[in-house]
Design a protein around this ligand. Structure first.
Ligand code: HPA
Ligand code: ZN
Length: 357
């Protein structure tokens, strides 16, 4: 069944003070910027990479699975060379997210994908940091950087990356650690040492990991138990363990769901097949996110609308989802209070939609 998303409802979804917790900055590289940067930096793309914006959009609409997407994602990031490139990439995303009513973003980046091409981590982080500051000053949004380790690379490489990023954790420029790339052959426990090393050195750092997107529910459990993460990225396969579902609800462990990504990467055929209603009813907190919006055809608001058309959440249920997103964010209590106030203001403004259910 498909539910209508009326213009008034769309406005409500846009104005809700949304937090995004699962977006890869390299996954926000729109084909138009990709080709512009390739030219600016004299990069020749491989001959099997789509040769135009239209060809990209066509190819991006037909990913066979996570690995097929990743093969394009890593070619895409090869056009990022200079600090300005990283700045431009992030700033484009922050503007786009702001236009969708996103007020706080916690954004992933993959330093190993750049360092292995000879780009110093300093170039990457400086560009992203400058964009975070500018977005805050010009758009009023708050943003946090989460460094991800690529799980297809050895843990020893991850440890080196953590050592090279230490000054940025020390300075509070990078706030969190995540784990991404091909999930299934690389279970979380391979990275126990990496997570422990960083947490021992910087106890205030927040930890998360991709788990339960293609991997089964044990990937989620082992991320919690072995990596000590406090959040799970994707986590859809948690639905297959009642014990895990109860644990997530009891401990309010948030899942950062990415509905359109799950369709584009063939995790499910349609958003309606995702256990989103099940999570809501079981009290498992989740946020709705775009993952790699330039590759999956939709930013945060598109994902909200998709979920609405499939599940027909009531406005009250939506405010609960947004509140869970605020509570599960890694901003400070003062910012959370501000965001809760914004949410109340939207509830008041849209009181015509707020019926009893
Ligand atoms: N899954 C795993 N790794 C990724 C993704 C994803 O959806 N996007 C970018 N790297
Ligand atoms: Zn992701």
């Amino acid at each position: 069944m498909v539910h209508e998303c009326s213009p008034r409802m769309t406005e409500f979804l846009r104005e809700l003070p949304k937090c995004e917790h699962h977006v890869h900055l390299e996954g926000t590289l729109e084909p138009s910027l990709l080709f512009q940067l390739a030219e600016r930096n004299n990069i020749t793309l491989p001959s099997n990479f789509p040769a135009s914006v239209a060809a990209c959009n066509e190819r991006y609409n037909n990913f066979a699975d996570l690995q097929d997407f990743l093969d394009h994602y890593y070619v895409g990031m090869s056009v990022l060379i200079k600090e300005d490139d990283f700045y431009d990439l992030a700033m484009e995303y922050f503007k786009r997210a702001h236009a969708d009513g996103c007020v706080h973003s916690e954004v992933f980046f993959d330093p190993q994908g750049h360092v292995e091409r000879g780009i110093p981590i300093h170039t990457v982080v400086s560009g992203f940091e400058r964009a975070c500051k500018d977005a805050n000053e010009k758009l009023g949004t708050t943003n946090k950087l989460i460094m991800c380790l690529l799980r297809h690379l050895p843990a020893a490489d991850g440890l080196q990356t953590i050592a090279s990023a230490a000054p940025y954790y020390q300075a509070g420029v990078i706030h969190g650690l995540g784990l991404d790339s091909a999930e299934k052959p690389f279970p979380p426990e391979l990275f126990t040492d990496c997570y422990k090393t960083l947490k021992d050195q910087f106890p205030h750092v927040n930890l998360t990991a991709h788990a339960g997107e293609e991997g089964d529910h044990t990937y989620v459990t082992n991320s919690l138990n072995k990596l000590n993460v406090t959040r799970i990225d994707h986590g859809v396969n948690s639905q297959h363990s009642d014990e895990l579902m109860a644990h997530l609800a009891e401990n309010q462990v948030m899942l950062s769901l990415c509905p359109m990504s799950n369709v584009k990467l063939q995790v499910v055929k349609d958003v309606s097949e995702l256990p989103i209603r099940k999570f809501l009813d079981a009290g498992v907190p989740f946020s709705i996110n775009s993952d790699d919006p330039a590759y999956f055809g939709g930013y945060i608001l598109d994902n909200y609308i998709h979920v609405h058309t499939r599940f027909g959440f009531t406005p009250k249920e939506w405010t609960k989802v947004v509140l869970n997103g605020i509570n599960g964010s890694w901003c400070d209590d003062h910012r959370k209070a501000e965001l809760r106030q914004k949410l109340q203001n939207v509830e008041t403004k849209f009181s015509d939609l707020m019926t009893d259910n």
